[in-house]
Design a protein around this ligand. Structure first.
Ligand SMILES: [Zn+2]
Length: 304
């Protein structure tokens, strides 16, 4: 048996061996239905659901988006996390990706991408049209070329269809920003007929300037789920941004005992102030959110 098979089995065991924690929160401000928190399982997504898996990749980011039978990946963590991301995808029954978004070329987001591209077919790769490039760009471009995936640059206002969900890119705008993090691809996912219960925003490492731009744009409104920008750094998740987007659930992708102090007490306080339910990959492992018929369910692999 190969090491890969052991690793896959190990990961599956970690996902299944989760602590049962059932919480029902009614009357939440965003108007979402009940929020149930339970254990992560490797069940395929229910038909008609939007499933977001915030994969525990330590200090970095990687999110699997499953909708209408299609699978998309947003970032793949650091280079050493690539195999873990591939194992996670396979544990969820994903053997190919319809698309892969690189929010920005920092190592903790693009690092694992070549591994994913080498491991399974990927139809299309989306990058920020303001990507400044980085030390891993050569390995990344080589992997894209080898995979023969289509490389598409996206920016604010671009619209895509992912399975049964509609995607609007909220940032970066034309001209971009002076800080690399602010040029992250920010993806708004809309799912289901009710705009109050089906909106999800993932902003990569976007910080205050990009958040200000999105806060003044046409797509503000309550979110069912926010992937908290830049691992919970105090330079993201500004009060203005939170007041415009009001997330019911906030997921922070962050490494245990990271040297950056992420997430910062300020960010956690701001999220508490707007009533967001916070989930963290450093404490809870993989965080899997299912949006289905106006209901929101969160499953975690860890016991934190
Ligand atoms: Zn990052």
């Amino acid at each position: 048996m190969s090491n890969g098979a052991y690793a896959r089995r190990g990961h599956l065991a970690r996902v299944v061996a989760a602590v049962i924690l059932m919480v029902t929160l009614l009357g939440l401000p965003s108007g979402c239905g009940a929020l149930a928190v339970g254990p992560a399982t490797a069940e395929p997504p229910p038909s008609g659901a939007l499933v977001l898996s915030f994969i525990d990749v330590g200090q970095g980011g990687s999110t699997l988006v499953q909708s209408g039978g299609e699978s998309f990946l947003i970032d793949a963590g650091r280079p050493e996390e690539g195999p873990e991301v591939v194992d996670f995808l396979r544990s969820r029954g994903v053997e190919e990706l319809d698309g892969l978004v690189v929010t920005h070329p920092d190592a903790d987001h693009i690092g694992g991408v070549p591994e994913v591209l080498g491991a399974m077919p990927v139809q299309e790769v989306y990058v920020s049209d303001r990507s400044p490039g980085g030390s891993l760009e050569a390995a990344f471009l080589e992997a894209v070329e080898e995979e023969e995936a289509e490389l598409t640059e996206v920016g604010a206002g671009d619209e895509l269809v992912w399975g049964a969900s509609e995607i609007t890119v909220l940032s970066p705008p034309e001209g971009g920003f002076s800080e690399d993090n602010d040029n992250s691809v920010a993806t708004l996912i809309e799912h289901g007929p009710d705009p109050e219960t089906g909106r999800v925003l993932l902003t990569g490492d976007a910080e205050a300037r990009a958040e200000e731009y999105m806060s003044q744009g046409p797509e503000t409104g309550p979110l069912a789920v926010l992937k908290v920008g830049h691992h919970g750094s105090s330079t993201s998740t500004t009060p203005l941004f939170l007041s415009r987007f009001r997330p019911q659930v906030a997921v922070i992708s962050v490494g245990e005992d990271n040297g950056y102090g992420h997430p910062t007490p300020q960010t956690l306080r701001r999220l508490r102030t707007v009533g967001s339910e916070v989930f963290r990959t450093d404490e809870q492992g993989d965080v899997i959110v299912t949006l289905h018929e106006g209901e929101l369910e969160v499953a975690v692999s860890g016991d934190g």
